[in-house]
Design a protein around this ligand. Structure first.
Ligand SMILES: *Cc1c(COP(=O)(O)O)cnc(C)c1O
Length: 322
């Protein structure tokens, strides 16, 4: 099977589509983080993106690129997390109907947020129903277009615009750390890095419990694992996609892992030192730099903070812990 992988030109086109729609999020620095690591760290704050995560970029780009006929039919996706909210918001802005398939045990706050953005939520039983069968039925019955959370060329290109903005601001970097779930953000970021900072090493960061990406990268083929258990709920994917893996194996330098307790320490660091609310998954990339997992002393290092949609009760416990 031959696949057409998205390229940097697609990221440039996505930036045009997203202009004036997405926030150009700030790039922050921290003297404390620099002193701790001996490096110069540049944090791209996608926790301050619309709906609270970079996912809005890919979702909007994908829906904006649909034909008039596809837009009339509406879009469907399955997610209980940030992709659901991103699709709901992007669809509302583009006047397209969105249906989001969520598990029955999805947090009430996530369901409410998705409905608040105007999405229609369809609930399935995680243990009895097959969500893909459900999505296929909705597509066949109503002609709705499926927008998956990562393995889609327009989604990848849209996600790549965050790193593009970062490099435009910082110039070339030695390292770029990016969190890794299904690989939409990492593969899009790698496309931008390859053109805007060709010597930059792009590093994917996964929760240790869900290291399918690392195993896939090192083994040369997509490894599928059971749904991992980690507080990084945006990175609980079981496998990379065909497109995301195709780009990652070509353009990413390595994939490293961090532990949940380290993520919580990073969340506390962001709250206390940088006044940033960051969800556990959003802290993955920074954790690899702050530990540090790789020797970054003296280097210029980009870090994508991917999201800030915390569950307030869990977040309160994290902040109180030590
Ligand atoms: C979805 C998500 C990720 C993982 O992104 P992928 O494109 O699936 O790799 C990371 N952080 C946050 C906050 C997310 O919502």
């Amino acid at each position: 099977m031959s696949l057409t992988l998205p390229t940097y030109d697609d990221v440039v086109r996505a930036a045009g589509v997203l202009k004036g729609v997405v926030h150009r999020t700030p790039v922050m620095t921290s003297a404390t983080a620099d002193a701790l690591t001996g490096a110069s760290l540049f944090f791209k704050c996608e926790n301050l993106q619309r709906m609270g995560a970079f996912k809005f970029r890919g979702a909007y780009n994908a829906i904006a690129n649909l034909s008039a006929e596809e837009r009339r039919a509406g879009v469907v996706t399955f997610s209980s997390g940030n992709h659901a909210q991103a699709i709901a918001l992007a669809a509302r802005l583009l006047d397209v109907k969105a249906t989001i398939i969520m598990p029955h045990d999805a947090p009430a706050a996530k369901r409410a947020a998705t409905e608040g953005y105007g999405g229609t939520v369809v609930i399935y039983d995680r243990y009895k129903d097959d969500r893909e069968v459900l999505a296929t039925r909705l597509r066949e019955e109503s002609g709705m277009v499926l927008i998956p959370p990562f393995d889609h060329a327009d989604v990848i290109a849209g996600q790549g615009t965050a790193a593009m903005e970062l490099f435009q601001e910082t110039g070339e970097l030695d390292y770029l750390f990016v969190c890794l779930g299904g690989g939409g953000l990492l593969s899009g970021s790698a496309l931008s890095a390859a053109t805007l900072s060709p010597r930059c090493q792009v590093i994917g960061v996964e929760p240790e419990a869900g290291n399918d990406g690392q195993r896939s990268f090192r083994g040369g083929e997509i490894v599928r694992i059971p749904t991992p258990v980690s507080i990084a709920d945006g990175a609980l994917t079981t496998n990379l996609g065909q497109l995301t893996f195709g780009i990652i194996r070509e353009k990413v330098s390595d994939i490293v892992t961090v532990q949940d307790a380290q993520l919580e320490a990073t969340q506390r660091f962001f709250a206390q030192r940088m006044k940033l609310v960051v969800e556990p998954t959003g802290a993955l990339a920074a954790t690899a730099a702050l530990q540090p997992v790789l020797p970054i002393k003296g280097k210029r290092v980009g870090i994508v903070i991917s999201g800030g949609n915390v569950d307030l009760i869990a977040y309160g416990k994290t902040l109180a812990g030590n």
